[in-house]
Design a binder for this molecule. Sequence first.
Ligand SMILES: Nc1ncnc2c1ncn2[C@@H]1O[C@H](COP(=O)(O)OP(=O)(O)OP(=O)(O)O)[C@@H](O)[C@H]1O
Ligand SMILES: [Mg+2]
Length: 267
Amino acid sequence: MLIALCSAKGAPGVTTSGLALALCWPRPLVLAELDPAGGDVLAGYGRGEVSAGGLADLELAARRGGPARHLDAQLMRLDAEGRVRLLPGLADPAGARHVDWDRLATVLASVEGGAVDVVADCGRLHAEHFPLPAVRRAAAVVVVTGSTLRAVRAAARAIAELQAEKGRGGMLGALVVGAGEPYGEREIGEALGVPVVGSLPRDAKAAAVLSDGEPAGRLFAQSALLRAARAVAARLADSAAAQESRLTPPPAPVSAAEATVGGSRVR
Ligand SMILES: Nc1ncnc2c1ncn2[C@@H]1O[C@H](COP(=O)(O)OP(=O)(O)OP(=O)(O)O)[C@@H](O)[C@H]1O
Ligand SMILES: [Mg+2]
């Protein structure tokens, strides 16, 4: 199941919010950095760690014969158990024009046969080479927005554009960073005409751990940002899964002759 995060003009925080959600995701997850402007997680949270591969190498491998077989080799662990993994984004944004977003979105929509969810950081909606196929294939598309009038207006325009896209019918929602500064979730939801999947507080200290690799410290896991991210991740994972099952056609009915266990009929 694929969940696409993107932003409109003037709304910082997609990468930080995506990483916070990824670290709190209730199921195994890949955070895929599809922002055509380049990936930030290794330079920030990873404190300059060098990737063994990532999106650019996956693209190269795909041209030689099918990305599904190669995806695993491009992922890096974000936690000790390897439950949360990262597909590092482009080191050089010039590579964005060569990425086959269609092919990549198809692969990311069913990692390990759907057993692994994918949250994709798609960056800004109006960026050149924006990964629109990821949005079209997603079970949920979430626009990250601030709570000022300026930010909400830009988010409303982005949502109108996304609604006009002929995707597979994924749910469209908004995630508010800094709700109540000044507008709250309810007012923003009404203005946007889509559900607000939740909000993340402004928490500069915890955000800097995620965006710039500041030392996490003992209280990071209990920070306001991570506590809120846990709640949003649980809610978003549930509603996206419900949407995914509405979109996925149910399996074909099994004929009576096939529905046997140990040679005897089930019914
Ligand atoms: N919830 C938050 N509270 C406080 N600061 C935040 C929060 N989320 C993000 N920030 C800060 O905002 C800045 C930009 O964040 P981030 O890189 O996630 O934005 P972005 O939308 O991905 O930007 P870009 O368009 O460059 O990819 C960073 O300094 C980050 O620490
Ligand atoms: Mg970003």
